[in-house]
Design a binder for this molecule. Sequence first.
Ligand code: ITT
Length: 190
Amino acid sequence: KLLVVATGNPGKLREMQAYLANSGWELILKPEELEIEETGETFAANACLKASQIAKATGNWAIADDSGLEVDALNGVPGVYSARYAKTDSERIARLLKELGNEANRQAQFVCVVAIASPDGAIALQSEGICRGEILHAPRGDGGFGYDPIFYVPEKQLTFAEMTPELKRSISHRGKAFTALLGELERIKS
Ligand code: ITT
């Protein structure tokens, strides 16, 4: 069966493709001109919105990921606005470091909600993953994407951007959301 990967973010796409590689589904990319406005106030609402709209528009099963970084000392900001926080990854990082300033509490978490919709737009599966860490004072590493260079995982003593793609995938918010959902996804296929 065909599964449309409903993202326009190349970093996310790479990771989603890796999780889905052995799922038995034939992956197809979202048509570039199909852009869904994220009007929801939660990750779950936006993930469902994207999966549902893309499924209906293409007439195929679709999988969407809505994710972002919640910083404790900023009351969860940028949260669902992580992509809209600034224009480029480096501007997003610069803005976040400026807002946080010398705040001593650097605790934060990445959140990811994955949703899968059937061709009629109904949500068939939904899963959430959270990964806690700390915001550094300056970027480290050049792997990954988005806020990865400032997101430090104490247990590994590395930022997401310093990890191999395999290590990041095994412990990340996205990894937890996908792991919980892959078995079910296989069941739907047959
Ligand atoms: P799509 O909606 O097309 O999938 P998007 O980039 O707009 O792409 P979101 O609305 O879910 O996706 O925004 C998520 C943002 O959160 C993303 O742009 C990154 O800045 C950040 N983000 C999410 N997961 C991340 C990760 O694993 N590493 C670093 N940053 C991440």
